[in-house]
Design a protein around this ligand. Structure first.
Ligand code: ATP
Ligand code: MG
Length: 573
């Protein structure tokens, strides 16, 4: 099991997804390859026909209708094949990106909560948006086009070599120089674009900040400070744009002049006699063909540069997707818990029985183990600065314990460990004698619940705020929870859309308690939540908490001794 796990981890999930998708859509992938080859070939043919036509004219013959038809047929077919090629690229690219995004989405569901806490929502979103888009452009405007363009350059060079070896050598000497020049210009353009974007982003950041602080800026006469910051950033943007314009203006003339010089040199040499004749001596028709190729060969050169740039830019994004897909996943509950999970009844999921409230003991913990046991726990968020150092705590079933400690002491961290959101670096955390991370999903809410310092609403109805979309929780259970916390009036509005202004700050916190107790949890964790409330609302909240705590094991956090109602106080340093 372990071996296969490591094997799975060392695999490249991005490559795996690409291969699987290409195999799954093999006909489409093969069609794409054929279309690319056909488009390269059709790019080469019209100048050859044109050469023949010119040769006929110089020989005093007429251009036959069939020759003209062939020329137009190749040109038209070339356009048509290119159109189909683009369609096929888009289709395959879309399928690949879809497969990759689906895989990312499946991964999301298997990530532990600590990953979400550790990463900003923006960075996770970027894996699905900009990074997945980068992958799509790497495929469609990067790799595939690069292959097609390289094929076109190679094909044209081969024909030129056949027609005029001298020109072939000439181009072989010039093309690398021109390519190096192209890359240099493109790199500088990219760096100028980046500088410009950075400067614009800085200005965009200043704008809301200035508007938010406009009064302070006036009061403290700090207008010049603000103006200077804008001046600096806008100046940076201007200079970067100037650089882009300069490179833009330089590039095309250099390429056009070079191609003209190459043609001029070839023509001059073609006119010479002696050894040059074998190398450069060509018919007028061949000259026309070759000139057409010289005109064409520089276009893919520029595209190849852009494609390399696209691929280079996208590699970082694809690397981030790979890292994301390789992130450590949540542990699966052990097999015995899974079995219980499988036949887990709705009662298990969200115990409708009220025996616990009336003092009955429905807990799964054996009598000798505590409900919550932390043994010698050491934990740090960053692996360097421990928040908890050899911390131990033993809470018996039904006990009510209050955690006290200065701000930043690690009280909420203890909650996160008990909830299984993090693993301790050393020591153990047990809930009912088990690792909380291995609690079957269906038993989580009936075992553990936490009332956080703030209420975090979700999109949806009032009922959704309590159930969090769990269909097993009935309306009646919600109403009971609302009655328990004194929000009876909401009972008639369960299906109403929830909005933040529906309830006051205090009422939202009551709703948060209802959310925690709706599944009749054995263990209730209460974070300090009475901050910023008037004394009347605070009293209401304490009453609701007291009622919600009845018959359960409760671990609460409090800064003030006046709010402590528990049996025991644990101080953390
Ligand atoms: P308060 O009474 O103010 O709520 P607390 O005792 O609950 O404080 P914790 O939230 O547990 O404190 O935080 C303990 C320490 O861990 C703090 O120094 C905090 O900066 C740090 N910390 C908390 N969350 C994270 C996190 N996600 N990543 C890194 N460090 C964190
Ligand atoms: Mg806290």
């Amino acid at each position: 099991m372990k071996e296969s796990e490591t094997k799975r981890k060392t695999k490249d999930p991005v490559r795996e997804t690409i291969l699987q998708t290409l195999i799954h859509h093999a006909p489409l992938a093969v069609l794409l390859v054929i279309l690319i080859a056909a488009s390269v070939l059709l790019e080469l043919l019209p100048p050859l026909v044109l050469g023949q036509a010119v040769d006929r004219l110089t020989d005093g013959l007429r251009i036959t209708a069939s020759l003209a038809a062939v020329y137009f047929a190749f040109s038209a077919l070339g356009g048509l094949v290119n159109a189909f090629r683009e369609a096929a690229i888009t289709a395959v690219g879309g399928k690949l990106t879809h497969a990759l995004r689906s895989r990312e989405e499946q991964k999301l569901a298997r990530l532990p909560a600590s990953t979400y806490i550790a990463s900003s929502s923006g960075s996770l979103t970027a894996r699905f948006t900009s990074d997945a888009d980068a992958f799509e452009s790497m495929f469609s405007s990067g790799i595939v086009s690069l292959i097609a363009d390289l094929g076109a350059v190679a094909g044209m060079l081969a024909v030129i070599f056949r027609k005029s070896p001298g020109l072939g050598f000439l181009l072989l000497a010039v093309l690398p120089l021109l390519f190096a020049f192209t890359r240099r210009v493109q790199k500088r353009m990219l760096s100028a674009h980046r500088d410009n974007r950075k400067a614009v982003a800085v200005v965009q950041g200043y704008l809301p900040e200035t508007i938010a602080n406009i009064r302070s800026l006036h009061v403290y006469h700090a207008e010049n400070f603000a103006r200077k910051r804008y001046d600096d950033a806008i100046g940076d943007s201007f200079r970067a744009t100037e650089r882009t314009n300069l490179y833009d203006a330089l590039y095309s003339p250099v390429i056009l002049t070079t191609s003209a010089v190459v043609v001029a040199v070839m023509m001059s040499l073609a006119g010479l006699q002696g050894p040059f004749l074998a190398l450069f001596g060509i018919s007028v028709g061949t000259a026309v063909t070759v000139i057409a190729y010289v005109g064409k060969i520089f276009t893919p050169l520029e595209s190849i540069g852009m494609e390399i740039q696209t691929i280079q830019g996208a590699i970082a994004g694809v690397g981030r997707i790979r890292e994301f897909l390789n992130l450590e996943e949540m542990e699966e509950p052990p097999a015995d818990d899974m079995a219980k999970d499988a036949d887990g009844s709705a009662e298990d999921l969200c115990g409708a029985d009220s025996s616990r409230n009336s003092g009955g003991n429905t807990g799964t913990a054996p009598a000798e183990t505590g409900a919550i046991v932390l043994k010698n726990v050491t934990f740090s968020y960053d692996g360097e600065h421990p928040v908890l150092n050899h911390f131990s705590l033993d809470i018996r079933k039904g006990e009510k314990v209050t955690l006290m400690g200065r701000t930043g002491a690690g009280k909420s961290t203890i909650f996160r460990l008990i909830l299984g959101l993090y693993e301790p670096d050393s020591g153990s955390v047990l809930v009912n004698g088990k690792n909380p991370r291995s609690l079957p999903k269906t038993q989580r809410r009936s075992t553990l619940a936490c009332v956080e310092q703030e209420f975090h609403s979700v999109e949806g109805t009032v009922m959704d705020q309590i159930t969090l979309g769990n269909p097993e929780i009935s309306g009646e259970q919600c109403r009971e929870a609302l009655r328990l916390v004194g929000l009876d009036r909401l009972s008639d509005h369960l299906e109403e859309r929830y909005s933040a202004d529906l309830l006051s700050h205090g009422q939202n916190q009551l709703l948060s308690i209802a959310r925690a107790v709706v599944c009749n949890p054995e263990i209730l964790l209460l974070d300090e939540m009475s901050a910023g409330l008037d004394s009347q609302t605070e009293q209401l909240l304490l009453t609701a908490l007291e009622r919600a705590s009845a018959g359960r094991t409760v671990l609460s956090i409090s800064h003030r001794t006046s709010a402590i109602t528990g049996d025991r106080i644990v101080e953390i340093a």
